[in-house]
Design a protein around this ligand. Structure first.
Ligand code: 6PG
Length: 254
């Protein structure tokens, strides 16, 4: 594992406990970012797990009232190459569970254009938008305050899938890749962008993730390559929020 800032692994009782811990982290990070830089940037994770977090952030005033939505800029960690109203769209899931229910200015929602027939062009356009919004220097990678991520049972995160070129991308901040196992293209932030973040929080739950999680978080380099294992912010906080089922093969602390 590359050298890195400290990482924290929190084993929570169940998925609702993961959502509350993640919502707290989200609100804390948002408050500190706006205090320090008058802006909070967050990249939302896709898939199904985070939906419960987004619903909680929108519905529970102990969180939604703490978050300075007017100063919040929402990005996406990845997107499926489908229109924004498609059932598979990460944007649609986030819009329905969170973005349509909080007072975030429309111009602060930075959607990846999954509908673009040219995914590489969509990735390049998103990189320009991300760099511009975060005022990134040309020789640096965009530094997002909080990146939320999930992990697939194959060790992918965002849309960095094993066996595709995306996990190895080190020049682009946003990339497009065809994923053979899905027979579909995806847009994704690349590892340099994930590792430039001030904070990364993974949400992972369920017994089906236990073996992979042990490979990703374990001391020994597993035989197969897990892109999630390469997420190690160089100057940022890494937090894993997992449930007992996903953590069952992790070494006991202490
Ligand atoms: C996506 C996600 C993807 C997801 C993992 C885990 O677009 O599908 O970005 O990386 O986080 O597949 O998904 P679950 O949390 O639904 O298991």
């Amino acid at each position: 594992m590359p050298d890195r800032a400290p990482r924290e692994i929190r084993v929570l009782a169940d998925l609702p406990a993961i959502f509350r811990a993640a919502a707290d982290l989200f609100a804390d990070t948002a408050e500190s970012a706006v205090q320090a830089r008058s802006m909070f940037s967050v990249a939302l994770a896709g898939g199904s797990t985070p939906k419960g977090l987004y619903t909680l952030l929108a519905s529970d005033e102990s969180f939604s009232q703490r978050i300075p939505w007017a100063n919040t800029h929402v990005f996406f960690g990845d997107e499926r190459c489908v229109p924004p109203d498609h059932a598979d769209s990460n944007y649609r899931m986030a819009r329905e569970s969170l973005l349509s229910r909080v007072a975030i200015p429309a111009e602060n929602i930075h959607r990846m254009r999954g509908e673009d027939p040219d995914p590489a062009a969509a990735a390049a356009s998103y990189e320009r938008e991300l760099r511009s919004a975060l005022r990134t220097a040309p020789d640096a990678f965009p530094r997002i305050d909080l990146v939320l991520l999930g992990m697939g049972a194959d060790g992918h995160t965002a849309s960095l899938f094993p066996g595709t070129p995306a996990p190895a991308e080190r020049k682009l901040a946003v990339t497009a890749a065809f994923v053979p196992k899905l027979n579909a293209s995806r847009l994704s932030l690349t590892l340099p962008t994930l590792n430039a973040a001030r904070a990364v929080a993974f949400l992972a739950a369920g017994a089906d993730k236990a073996e992979t999680l042990a490979g990703v978080l374990g001391p020994a380099e597993p035989p197969q390559h897990f892109p999630a294992r390469s997420v190690a912010p160089a100057d940022g906080r890494l937090t894993w929020l997992v449930d007992a089922a996903a953590a069952k093969l992790l070494p006991r602390p202490g």
